[in-house]
Design a protein around this ligand. Structure first.
Ligand SMILES: *Cc1c(COP(=O)(O)O)cnc(C)c1O
Length: 502
């Protein structure tokens, strides 16, 4: 038997000094190769076909440092490379180096931001991010928020928070059964009419449906409201549903308690009319949540704030993801709640962990995990904090303004391109453009033309672009990342035009 754990055979700072510079060099080399003008986005055209060759296996015996570095190298070599700037398939892209530094610091501290005593500085960093974000959205001084592992998680916590706060908190003690009882006894609802229901746009993210599942409401508790031609939830359709559902005690769709508006939809980048929706929520006593996972950072730009977030201050909660448009490394999302006390409704007394009792007058919570349904938490807010420190609110706003300007130029370019057909677009335009060639070789049109382009792009491995369905078939969904040089987009359109005229 050894007299020390094999995990601590060497002084860690010495091991760090020996291994980490090599890892850093490897990473830098990989980034540099990725930045090369001819670099491919993926090292394979079909990942499933090549996985057997990667030798990613775990064995009875360990390996030495050299072998370990080889494994790291293998993983990097077989990964999608965001540093080409041509990975445009998703709503995230290459991270800022500053947020990568944040990840390193977080790993070195290895602190859990569940209780203040375990992570005082990181707790304050999170508080400051939350405070400043709440200021930007106009949430006022009673607001609070938490960092979460993603937009889906934030949206789920929003639904759970609304449930905990609505109907005098019966959900907290008795769950959905209690909630339905209250709706029957106090609101005179009957049958399925007593089911608490979420209303959201048809173009909203699937995580809203997921949140209904996770809260015990079930998927049938989500009602999808029609969109207009530009992908916004139709306010008149929402009003009609609210009116019908609330006035009929036995309405088969249930009783609305939560409306989700989206600021930046996943496909078109549409922004729902928050002011009009907030007015309806007030009238029909619904919790208004804004899923700004994608579009949220537009708040940093004074111009976009006025155009896209008018009425945001009237919402009860809001999700935003720095790991998408602010190029912060995964994962980093925030849920902000206007009445911060609602978040603390989740608090469960655990004397062995949460020692600080809250005073009645002080609504601020210092042990941040009490606001979540989790326990241990990584201090992901640090990555936003460092990015925000470095660029300031102003430059982050300029980042967004720049992206929108490029998107406008691209749309104008595509509209004059005789080979291209522009699909539905948001109005005002944000950062997504749906388009496809009018015709691809073999006389392919519509969705077939879109899929033919995708197949060519995948084979050539120079660009990664996704497609998305619309009422008019599938289109290529071009995501304009503000960090990505506009020349990349114009070269891509040239490439697709060449495919179409081959
Ligand atoms: C991306 C996205 C989400 C989910 O965010 P994750 O961080 O991937 O969990 C939710 N809503 C919208 C509108 C999104 O674009």
């Amino acid at each position: 038997m050894q007299d020390a754990s094999p995990l601590h055979e060497e002084v860690s700072s010495a091991e760090y000094a020996r291994v980490v510079p090599e890892v850093c060099n490897m990473i830098q080399e990989w980034m540099r190769a990725g930045e090369h003008a001819e670099a491919l986005v993926t090292p394979y055209s079909n990942a499933s076909d090549s996985r057997a060759e990667w030798h990613l296996e775990l064995n009875e015996e360990g390996v030495d440092d050299k072998e370990l570095l080889r494994s790291m190298q293998t993983i990097l070599q077989h990964s999608v490379n965001p540093w080409t700037d041509r990975f445009l398939a998703k709503l995230y892209t290459a991270p800022t180096v500053t947020s990568m530094c944040g990840d390193m610091l977080l790993s070195a501290m290895n602190a859990s931001v569940h209780v203040f005593s375990a992570s005082p500085a990181l707790s304050l960093v999170e508080e400051e991010c939350v405070r400043k974000l709440c200021d930007l959205y106009g949430f006022g001084t009673r607001a609070d928020g938490v960092s979460m592992p993603g937009g889906a998680a934030s949206n789920t916590l929003a639904v759970q928070t609304a449930l905990s706060c609505a109907f005098h908190g019966v959900y907290r003690s008795e769950g959905i059964a209690g909630q339905i009882r209250v709706l029957m006894q106090e609101y005179n609802r009957v049958g399925t009419g007593a089911r608490p229901t979420i209303l959201t746009g048809v173009d909203s993210h699937f995580s809203i449906d997921r949140a209904a599942l996770a809260s015990g409401l079930g998927r049938n508790a989500v009602v999808h409201v029609e969109s207009d031609a530009h992908g916004r939830m139709r306010v008149d359709a929402l009003e009609q549903l609210l009116k019908e559902m609330t006035s009929d005690p036995a309405h088969p769709l249930g009783m609305p308690f939560f409306v989700n508006a989206t600021s930046g939809t996943t496909v078109l980048g549409a922004f729902d009319n928050l002011r009009a929706i907030a007015k309806l929520c007030k009238e029909y006593r619904c919790w208004l949540h804004v899923d700004a996972s994608w579009g949220g950072p537009a708040i940093f730009s004074e111009k976009l704030r006025k155009e896209l977030f008018d009425g945001a201050e009237l919402a009860n909660s809001l999700t935003m993801n720095p790991h998408k448009l602010l190029n912060v490394t995964h994962q980093c999302s925030f849920l902000l709640v206007k009445d911060g006390r609602c978040l603390s409704e989740h608090a469960i007394r655990a004397g062995y962990l949460f020692h600080e009792t809250q005073s009645e007058s002080e609504h601020r919570v210092t042990d941040r995990a009490t606001m979540t349904l989790g326990c241990g938490r990584r201090g992901e807010a640090l990555k936003l904090f460092l990015t925000w420190r470095k660029y300031g609110t102003k430059q982050l706003g300029n980042h967004l303004d720049h992206g929108v300007k490029v998107a406008q130029q691209l749309l104008a370019d595509l509209r004059t391109n005789p080979h291209m057909e522009v699909g539905p677009v948001a109005d005002p335009l944000f950062l997504q453009i749906c388009f496809r060639p009018r015709r691809m070789p073999g006389n392919l049109t519509g969705s077939d033309a879109t899929h033919a382009v995708c197949a060519r792009l995948q084979r050539d491995r120079r660009y990664a672009v996704d497609f998305a369905p619309s009422s008019n078939g599938d289109y290529l969904r071009l995501v304009v990342h503000p960090r990505t040089p506009s020349s990349i987009y114009f070269a891509l359109i040239k490439q697709i035009t060449a495919y179409a005229t081959d």
